[in-house]
Ligand binder design. Structure first.
Ligand SMILES: [Zn+2]
Length: 380
């Protein structure tokens, strides 16, 4: 960032964005800290933050306890104004679709979970979701209705985020669906569409581990197995926008047909469907279901966790992430998590409990990634 006091609107907007994104990263911060972090002069920061407060993006939240210099002047803290904008998030997964109303700080005000209806056509299901979105908007006061700035949709599989098209949603729809066009036509609000694991990784970057490190791998277990790599503050994208999918690493040359069209992928052994062929379990009680199962079942589950560990360590060889961040309800079980770490360690000592961490965003998984897609588009 260049120190400046020039009155050019593009630079001014860029500097305002730098201030907003920095405050989003740090949560609550003083003007002096903003100046130090962005490289803008104190006078510029004072002028720009005054405008940002006037326009509703920022708000003052009182004094910090930290006493500054000898004068003992306390700093007034600033934060993003949570009421500035709302986004409605729609996370479509093979088993559950979650809808949430989320504020500008990424906090959910309402959450609703529905069973994903795969028996009807994609367009028909989207029309049903449009009614649900309209219900959320109609529940708001007329003043707050105008604050809904976007609908942010997450879906499994390959997504063309520029056009808002779900190209192939593994395990949901086997055809290309223009989600953005269908929703925008009915709702008259901008619609963002992203692969849900890439969205979750962006949330880690904006609200989670990314606040202290910019190289990590995200793995979500349940209902399938999703993953993404973050390097240099960006979610890695391969050819055609596809992300790193360790769930589709082939681990069995004689394996079952996978939802991606190939055979023998890791996901065919580790998805909810695959696990239910081995043991009767509920995602919320997986740990006790595992502990209560017989020796033979435990052995089969352990083999699967070992296979996952091997795939994680092998993938790490390609990207060398500093941390491995685990997401999803199956990883919320400490015994399963510790088992995974032990297997990873057995393949490579460097993969230990300091490097393999459970996500701090676990309780927000249904919406935080899609809120991050919106905030990222807005601020970064
Ligand atoms: Zn596959």
């Amino acid at each position: 960032m260049v120190k400046n006091g020039m009155n050019m609107s593009t630079i001014k907007n860029k500097n305002k964005n730098a201030i907003l994104s920095y405050i989003n990263d740090i949560v609550a911060v003083s003007r002096i800290d903003v100046a130090e972090a962005t490289g803008l002069t104190g006078a510029s920061v004072t002028q720009l933050t005054t405008e940002l407060i006037r326009d509703g993006y920022l708000r003052e939240i009182g004094l910090s306890d930290e006493v500054r210099h000898k004068a003992g002047r306390k700093k007034i803290l600033l934060e993003l104004n949570p009421e500035y904008a709302y986004v409605i998030t729609v996370n479509i997964e093979p088993e559950i679709t979650s809808l949430a109303l989320v504020n500008f700080q990424g906090k959910a005000l309402t959450i609703k979970k529905l069973k994903t209806n795969k028996a009807i056509a994609a367009e028909e299901y989207l029309n049903f979701l449009i009614l649900e979105i309209k219900e959320i908007i109609n529940s708001l006061s007329s003043r707050n209705k105008n604050k809904v700035k976007a609908v942010s949709v997450g879906i499994t599989g390959n997504v063309d985020k520029e056009k808002g098209i779900s190209i192939f949603a593994n395990g949901i729809w086997n055809k290309s669906v223009s989600i953005k066009d269908i929703l925008e036509k009915e709702l008259n609000i901008p619609v963002l569409v992203e692969n849900n694991i890439k969205a979750l990784s962006l949330a880690e970057l904006l609200y989670g581990i990314g606040r202290k490190c910019n190289s990590f791998m995200v793995i979500k277990w349940g209902p399938g197995l999703g993953s993404a790599f973050i390097t240099d503050n960006k979610v890695y994208e391969g050819y055609n926008g596809q992300t790193a999918e360790i769930g589709h690493v082939i681990v069995d040359s004689n394996g079952e047909k996978c939802s991606c069209g190939r055979s023998g992928c890791l996901e065919t052994k580790i998805s909810y469907t695959a696990l239910r062929n081995i043991m009767n379990f509920n995602p919320d009680t997986f740990e006790s279901d595992y502990l209560n199962s017989n020796l033979e079942t435990k052995k089969r589950i352990d083999e699967i966790i070992s296979l996952l560990a091997r795939t994680i360590v092998n993938s790490g060889v390609l990207f060398f992430p500093k941390y491995i961040i685990l997401e999803g309800s199956l990883f919320s079980n400490k015994i399963i998590r510790n088992k995974l770490i032990e297997y990873c360690k057995s393949f490579d000592q460097e993969y230990d409990e300091n490097r393999i961490l459970f996500s701090e965003l676990y309780n927000q998984e249904e919406y935080i990634g899609l809120a991050a897609v919106f905030v990222n588009k807005f601020l970064y």
